[in-house]
Design a binder for this molecule. Structure first.
Ligand code: UT7
Length: 323
């Protein structure tokens, strides 16, 4: 059977770093509150010349370099983002053009913080369905553009950045020992829309709008939803938490990550945490965390890796792959 195997990965971050203390003169908050409640210590914030397209392009180029490939080798780009450069065309198509790629096809995927997990699962289907051989899967966000910088309950939580992987079709045996995407579970439920949304859009207000979140409500649902979808993924693959080498969760809040890992019985030393460095970068958070753990030598070829995310919609999902 065909497997979608990770051939390379990369990341890109805006130049400017904003520390927690930088918020202290802007809204009523403190480094202590932010660290205790979220685990976040800093985030990157895009300058005017840094956009979802430019960060996504940089992450894509880094992923291609690490794969030893060029844009000519790619036939599909899937970009997970909720902060596109324009309402249309898809920012993925802009990245395609920036890469000098005038063949194949590209589209955006909108599942907010779960976007990268949805995009990997989708790219896997395109590969296994024979519509693409090599796919650039990118998560790129500039949430700083949709934050209400006067709302302390949200503006301290998010950051900008991008991460990417190259998935390539490879013959597998169908066994769990194969490299590549092994299982995926995706969920959504629109009943939760008002708990995390942006209060504008082309068809309603005609504006971009600002992010609004009932943080406590999101928190209340997060751990249960995350652990349910992961258990479904384990069931599909016939594995247990003990088989995992690495857990790479969405980086929204250290407390949610810890509670999910504890409930699933995943050892602390197997959990990749980068929320302290990047804040919540929505669809970029999982590929950014992957890039850190690959660069420092933790995630190696052949390791069993679980990706997970949960966000606006609500949307949530998990992907199990062998690196
Ligand atoms: O990526 C998509 C998924 N999103 C998430 O997973 C986010 C989920 N939610 C969370 O991470 C947490 O709920 C937050 C970090 C957003 C908030 O933490 P919390 O422990 O749930 O705090 P809370 O909302 O219950 O607020 C506690 C207090 C409130 O004051 P009162 O009502 O107790 O007087 C807030 O007004 O903290 C106050 N507060 C702040 N204080 C200082 C809220 N934001 C801040 C702030 N600095 N930045």
């Amino acid at each position: 059977m065909i497997r979608s195997v990770v051939r390379g990965n990369g990341a890109a971050l805006p130049r400017r770093i904003m520390k927690n203390a930088d918020f202290e003169g802007m809204v009523e908050t403190s480094d202590e509150w932010i660290v205790q409640r979220t685990g976040i210590r800093q985030r990157h914030v895009a300058a005017d010349d840094e956009t979802t397209a430019s960060l996504g392009e940089a992450a894509a180029r880094a992923a291609l370099d690490s794969a030893g490939l060029t844009p000519a080798d790619i036939d599909l780009i899937v970009l997970a983002t909720s902060t596109p450069n324009n309402t249309f065309p898809a920012t993925a198509v802009e990245i395609q053009n920036r890469l000098g790629m005038h063949h194949g096809f590209a589209f955006d995927m909108q599942a907010v913080c779960s976007g990268f997990v949805y995009a990997v699962a989708t790219a896997d289907l395109y590969i296994r369905g024979g519509l693409a051989k090599r796919v650039l899967v990118i998560g790129s966000e500039t949430f700083s553009r949709i934050l209400d910088w006067n709302d302390r309950s949200t503006c301290v939580l998010f950051g900008d950045g991008a991460g990417a992987i190259v998935l390539e079709a490879e013959e597998g045996t169908g066994a769990i020992a194969d490299r590549g995407v092994l299982a995926a579970s995706l969920r959504s439920d629109g009943v939760h829309k008002d708990k995390l949304f942006v209060d504008g859009g082309p068809s309603t207000t005609g504006t971009v709008g600002h992010l609004r979140m009932e943080g406590r409500e999101v928190f209340k649902h997060a751990v249960g939803m995350i652990t349910d979808v992961i258990e479904a993924t384990f069931g599909q693959a016939g594995i247990t938490a003990g088989d995992l080498d690495w857990f790479v969760p969405h980086q929204a809040n250290k407390r949610i990550i810890d509670a999910s890992a504890r409930k699933l019985g995943i050892a602390e030393e197997k959990v990749v945490v980068t929320v302290d460095l990047h804040g919540n970068t929505s669809a970029a958070s999982v590929p950014l965390a992957l890039s850190v753990a690959v660069a420092d030598g933790r995630i190696k070829k052949g390791d069993l890796v679980l990706l997970e995310a949960m966000g606006g919609g609500f949307t949530w999902g998990a992907v199990l792959l062998r690196w």
